[in-house]
Design a protein around this ligand. Structure first.
Ligand code: MG
Length: 371
């Protein structure tokens, strides 16, 4: 049973190009499946989340991160009586617009674009992928996703102003997104805060003591684990505590969001859209713990000197390739040369680079920029 303020698929605003209904999958299930079958989704497997593979094959990449976000989002949506199919589709598509090399690649691509008076934004890029770049269907370009999925791609993690982005006016920028979209950003945070502690510990970039001191929610769970399994080895106590941390954040998000929707008297999706702020949120205490965990990860992992060389490489490779194709657009693949006749060259080069996997951009760099 869906809650009153959930998105009901039968009330979807529909697709750009109307399609007949499917006999046994609803529109959000079909959107989820279209995302899974897209090329951009498969490329996530070879894109960096935080680490390149040089540490271990066990670490997350953008695809496994995405699957974790999807699992967490389904749990939260289900517990709140929200639309699980929509939440799952949004989780699976949420990182599809990310360029190679994680945050370093994104920063370098944005810097190259800003030097041309433009910018790069991964949500806007994700929308371009699903609207235009995926060529699978004879009847239309893109995946022809429902309005609610396209809206969620744009609005799940930040608010875009109508003055700056008039082309997004159709996505109701003055309204809040549905709860299914609101929860994606928080599920994303839960997924990467716990996963990055895990991978950072495995990589010996973070020690158990550092994590216990710097991440209060982890320490709280670690104390509990110590009482239940006093003789377990460190690695297992660590795993149990991390599992506890994930569970604690998910439960808090579910409980607090339920309380907020009840206390504010939300009855319908329209109520959620018109409410002045987002309703999916952690409690004050867990929100403080979330911030502490994030700060810890920035200071001790993301900005760690050990990761500097690979970030420097990433930025150099993106910067040099961008400038190479700006000077030699004739070296772009034919499809992109054609696009450059209709669109600004920097945007076309940016689209090409943003779609690349880590492996492919390395190959391009070897081919065009080294030696
Ligand atoms: Mg993510």
């Amino acid at each position: 049973m869906l809650a009153g303020c959930a998105v009901h698929v039968e009330h979807s605003r529909g697709r750009r190009f109307p399609e007949p209904p499917h006999p046994y999958r609803n529109d959000f299930q079909r959107d989820r499946d279209r995302v899974i079958h897209s090329r951009a989704f498969r490329r996530l497997e070879a894109k960096t989340q935080v680490f390149t593979r040089r540490y271990s094959d066990h670490f997350r990449n953008r695809l496994t991160h995405t699957i974790e976000v999807s699992q967490i989002s389904r749990t939260i949506a289900g517990a709140l009586g929200l639309n699980v199919d929509l939440a799952e589709a949004l989780a699976l598509v949420h990182d599809i617009g990310h360029p190679p090399f994680g945050h370093a690649g994104e920063k370098a691509l944005d810097a190259a674009m800003r030097a041309q008076g433009l910018f790069f934004d991964h949500n806007l890029h994700a929308l371009r992928i699903v609207e235009d770049f995926e060529i699978r269907y004879a009847a239309f370009r893109g995946l022809n996703l429902t309005f609610e999925v396209r809206e969620g791609i744009i609005k799940h993690s930040k608010d875009y102003g109508i003055d700056e982005h008039p082309q997004l006016a159709q996505y109701l920028l003055n309204q809040r997104p549905p709860l299914e979209a609101q929860l994606i950003d928080l599920a994303d945070e839960i997924a990467y805060n716990t996963a990055d502690l895990d991978d950072g510990y495995e990589a010996h970039l973070l020690s158990l003591d550092e994590i216990r001191t710097g991440v209060p929610v982890f320490e709280r769970c670690y104390q509990q684990v110590g009482q239940i399994y006093p003789d377990a080895i460190d690695r297992l106590k660590f795993n149990e505590a991390l599992k506890g941390m994930l569970n604690c954040m998910v439960s808090d998000l579910i409980e607090n969001t339920r309380t907020r929707t009840q206390q504010t008297g939300m009855r319908t999706l329209e109520d959620v859209r018109q409410y002045p702020e987002r309703l999916a949120a952690f409690s004050t205490e867990v929100e403080a713990e979330r911030r502490a965990a994030k700060r810890f990860l920035y200071e001790n992992l993301y900005l760690s000197p050990t990761l500097e060389p690979e970030k420097d490489d990433a930025e150099r490779i993106v910067r040099e390739l961008f400038s190479f194709w700006m000077q030699k657009p004739g070296a772009l693949p034919p499809g992109y040369q054609q696009k450059a006749e209709e669109e600004a060259l920097p945007r076309v080069v940016c689209d090409y680079i943003a779609g690349m996997t880590d492996n492919f951009i390395y190959e391009q760099y070897e081919k065009y920029c080294s030696g």
